[in-house]
Design a protein around this ligand. Sequence first.
Ligand code: PMP
Length: 692
Amino acid sequence: MPHAEHGGLGFCVAGTGTDVGKTVFTAALLRALWHVGAHAGAVKPVQTGVRTAEVLTSPLSDMRVYLSAVADMPEAMASHPAAALHCFALPASPHLAAAREHRQLTCAGLCAAVRQHWATAQADVLLLEGAGGLRVPLNAREDMLDVMAALAWPVLLVGGNTLGGLNHMLLSLDALRDAGLCVAAVVLIPTAEPAAGCPGVDVPAMLADNVAVLRQRLAARGVEAPLVELPRLPCLDISAWEHLAEKLLPLAQNLVAWPADNAEAGERLIQRDYTSVWHPYASAIAPPLLTPVTRTHGNRIVTAEGRELVDGMSSWWAAVHGYNHPRLMAALHGQAGRMPHVMFGGLTHAPAVALAERLLASMPVGLERIFFADSGSVAVEVALKMALQCQMGRGEKGRNRFLTPRGGYHGDTFGAMSVCDPVNGMHSLFTGILAQQLFMERPSCRFDRPFPPESLEDARRMLTEHGHEIAAVILEPVVQGAGGMWFYHPEYLRELAVMCHKAGALLIFDEIATGFGRTGRFFAAEWAGVTPDILCCGKALTGGVLTLAATACTDAVARQICAHGQVFMHGPTFMANPLACAVAGASLDVLLEEGWKERVAALEQGLHAGLAACADMPGVADVRVLGGIGVVETCAPVNTTALHRFFVERGVWLRPFNRLVYLMPPYITPAEDVEQLCAAVRDALRAGVHMQ
Ligand code: PMP
């Protein structure tokens, strides 16, 4: 959600701890905002230590403080500028205070309450005051910072100018940065006893030094937010409020002029994009429809105008845990602090070695060596090159072609393109340039029907006729992805593996799309119980956080490549990037610990139930579901732009192509969101949006 809502601007006020003066600051800023002509309000989503009935009278009520700061301003008072959304009697952390009253706070619930409040409040600037520090818990999993991150409003960070205050301030700034939040101002207020417990400290010098050091540190981190010093006043009467508000006038002016993050800003971004950026499979002069997005969380993508889209694409198979998963983010930040990147020639590091070991342990038995690449296409190039070098090592110099089924997709680099479907792929565009490979029929055997042995006839024929010139057969096991979202029978792979072996051709599985559980098996090869000679994975390898891919091969392949003192001739600059490897390690942990199998099974059930009705709709050729993949194949190519508009309007993110409206939601998607995705597809097809 952008900070501009209901035609206004939202800012969060966070403290570096309790009793640092953030309530006084919020109240004084409220007054200052009214002084500069803003209709401002302050809201406290969680107020502890105060019963609802006492919210206007209790000395512990922050709402009472807000109102006292503007008590002499009739216009402000008439606008009901203060509210507390949840009050709890126990003066303790929100999670404890709520539990005492048998209630549970959630980030989503608090955000909804804030939105609801703002929809009725007459505020064009809304200040939201947290409770205690940023990491104050709301429940077992979430804390106040999660609410601020979900709202994504700029933050005013208030800290005590005291011995140790800098420490809390700098750590809070780290937390805000890691949550991707913008700091709108940093406010320092001396505490009652700045040097408590440390007699002999020169207090004024220490306070001045804190300010100077903080300024330096802000500059070093590139934080441009102003540093505001407020005095601590012993008595808060109207003249004290006026004094504080005066000091905050420049900040208030800053805030009302804050550039809004809204639909208009999104529109400007699109225009800039159209003049300088090129999008995938798109024209630069007739650019595609674009939806500007600002943030992601869970299974949601947030658009610039504040709409939350339920993600049905996992960002092209990758974001299997949804977005911003705390474990993956922690791995990313931790590794960034240690070593973001280092060349892999002549150096090695634990994130890469550990990941290679774990990948091999999770892959079909027999794969024993990992080569890291930086994208799926490059992993495919590596696989093709491995096969060629392996055949050279075997002394088979004439084997320099690849056999692959029609309907495949393996990437956009030249080697990968040469083995993509010759009709749907880019062959006609690059005729005479792409290497001439061998193509066999698409496996016609459906996954969900008995296996017809004749579906292997063409493979057999090609291997018989061309076996001597084939270095390897490359294919996507069980699911052909971008080439048609086709699910075929695992028996095909079992028999093909035997035929390849007999023909002296290697077998390469491209599991870049199918890997990491998407089909209901960790690797799709498991459906067939086949170990290929070479296997590529990517996409979901890092849970969609960073680009990384890997090509695995058997010990025999590795030995043949390296026979006669040879080496494998490949080495991308960003090979085994430590950040990506660390995140991939965390992603494997999350897959195992959060029960990927049960989650994919639940997705499969939801997709089956939600898409079944599409089978009888006009213009629909087939409906099929496997694991976390749901496909509605239409009879004619769909109007992708009309569907894009329709789906975004319906609050879902799906990106159909050609004759395919397909879903592959993150594994974490709740059942009701799977149904929302399916309902959007059903309604689009029923209304004929795809045929417009
Ligand atoms: N192989 C398959 C099966 C794929 O689905 C893709 C990506 N769609 C690739 C290779 C290429 O991967 P990348 O886009 O990371 O280069």
